[in-house]
Design a binder for this molecule. Structure first.
Ligand SMILES: C[S@@+](CC[C@H](N)C(=O)[O-])C[C@H]1O[C@@H](n2cnc3c(N)ncnc32)[C@H](O)[C@@H]1O
Length: 351
């Protein structure tokens, strides 16, 4: 019953109903399958439990598939625990659509081909709220997380001092701190309430009592990263090996600020490589950033196959990493849409 694990991983990630890999009624009707569904998804002692409205929608769909497949009511029946869960759900007051959209929910993401999980707190229904787009985890972060979950990706951060920019829910930094053996990860965003939210999520990602090496701090691009109280405990001071960023380039107005911060990270904070994942909604906006990298670091750009080599002194390169998105239907974790292409780039100093 391997499919239960994938279905449960999608369910705890609150994947939309039409993208869940729900088996047909002929499979769901089997008593052992129903018992496993209850045990892995609907038992209320499971933590974190998805929000009421989402649980109801998924369970309703499962029950109606089972009902449609019942051919012999004497033999086929609906599992008592599932029915009990359904009765409890329908007897509870249903939040309004607005409440549902604004509600913060704990979302548990499972890495591809593994049991490693990351829990964030987000409002899946909100795209822009409080002037930020950081209330939910975006496709580019899930794509970069899938890369970091691979051996090649993990090697980039294992044992390293990492900093994440514009982290939103902190999904990537939490994954690095909990599962990828980083020395430390400073996780930043300009919005204080997002940083508070990441701080609150740390406890859901701990390994027992053992603290994870994550340091949330407010940082707005274009300003200097001060050693505030939040960063006092960072081992080795404010020096980093690797910077990470996902879906930071969605507005051309932000590009100059981000560019100045990229320059700052290389010049003043010791960063050797910046790994950035971008959803190519608008190629021109992203081009502005890549071209800006060229102007920031040098005045000339040479295009060599898929590698852009920049600078007269060949100090920096922007390289497209060959990691491709797994098509949605074949994904086994960190589920995300690939309908808009996502690319990952490495900006580094050339040898
Ligand atoms: C589209 S969200 C991406 C969030 C996260 N990286 C992800 O992919 O799920 C962009 C994030 O960048 C942050 N951001 C935007 N402008 C910023 C700035 N000038 N300084 C720091 N962070 C900024 C926003 O607050 C938001 O959290």
């Amino acid at each position: 019953m391997e499919f239960i694990h994938k279905l449960a991983a999608q369910y705890f990630q609150l994947v939309e109903l039409n993208h869940l890999d729900l088996p047909p009624g002929s499979v769901l009707v089997r008593p052992e399958v129903q018992a496993a569904l209850y045990e892995h998804m609907f038992d209320e002692t499971i933590f974190p439990i998805p929000p009421h409205s989402y649980r109801s929608r998924v369970l309703k769909q499962i029950l109606s598939r089972i009902e449609e497949s019942i051919t012999d009511p004497e033999q086929d029946e609906i599992n008592d625990d599932l029915m009990e869960s359904w009765s409890t759900l329908v007897s509870q007051p249903k939040p309004s659509s607005l409440q549902q959209a604004q509600q913060l929910s704990l979302v548990k993401y499972t890495a591809p081909n593994s049991t490693r999980t990351v829990t964030t707190s987000e409002s899946r229904g909100l795209i822009l709220s409080g002037g930020t787009t950081g209330n939910r985890t975006w496709e580019a972060a899930l794509h970069l997380g899938s890369f970091l979950a691979s051996n090649e990706g993990e090697e980039l951060v294992r044992g390293k001092r990492v900093i994440e920019l514009g982290a939103g829910t902190g999904f990537l930094a939490l994954f690095c701190a909990r599962h990828l053996g980083v020395q430390s990860v400073v996780v930043t965003d300009r919005e204080p309430f997002l940083i508070d939210n990441i701080n609150a999520c740390i406890r859901y990602n701990q390994n027992g009592e053992k603290p994870i090496p994550i340091y949330p701090a407010v940082w707005e691009w274009g300003t200097s990263l001060d050693r505030t109280g939040e960063l006092d405990g960072v081992e080795g001071g404010l020096k980093f090996d690797v910077a990470l960023g996902a879906d930071l380039i969605y507005d051309t107005d932000l590009v100059p600020l981000l560019l100045s911060t990229v320059g700052d990270l290389f010049d003043n904070y010791g960063v050797e490589q910046f790994i950035i994942a971008a959803t190519l909604r608008n190629e021109d906006t992203f081009r502005t950033f890549l071209n800006g990298c060229g102007e920031l670091i040098s005045r000339r750009e040479e295009i060599l196959s898929n590698m852009l080599t920049m600078s007269e002194t060949n100090k920096f390169t922007v390289e497209t990493l060959s990691f491709e998105s797994t098509p949605s239907e074949d994904q086994t974790g960190f589920f995300h849409s690939t309908s808009i292409p996502i690319r990952t780039y490495r900006i580094s100093r050339a040898n």
